[in-house]
Write a protein of this length. Structure first.
Length: 65
């Protein structure tokens, strides 16, 4: 096992636990979040139900009807 394999495992576990990409970026020492997006973007949660519900509530409050 290489050191890089441990870093990939760490990133996978942190993102699976629901931590934000910018938090993982900080802890891994990457210069930007785009580095995380490029390497680990496929690991980000894809359940957007909560965000969609918040957006729909905002739209309904601003423009009822």
């Amino acid at each position: 096992m290489r050191f890089q394999d441990l870093r990939h495992t760490y990133a996978s576990l942190v993102l699976a636990a629901g931590f934000k990409p910018y938090e993982a970026r900080r802890w891994m020492g990457h210069a930007s979040v785009s580095m995380n997006d490029t390497i680990y973007g496929h690991l980000y949660p894809t359940d957007y139900d909560d965000q969609i519900a918040r957006f729909e509530a905002l739209v309904a409050a601003r423009w009822p009807g």
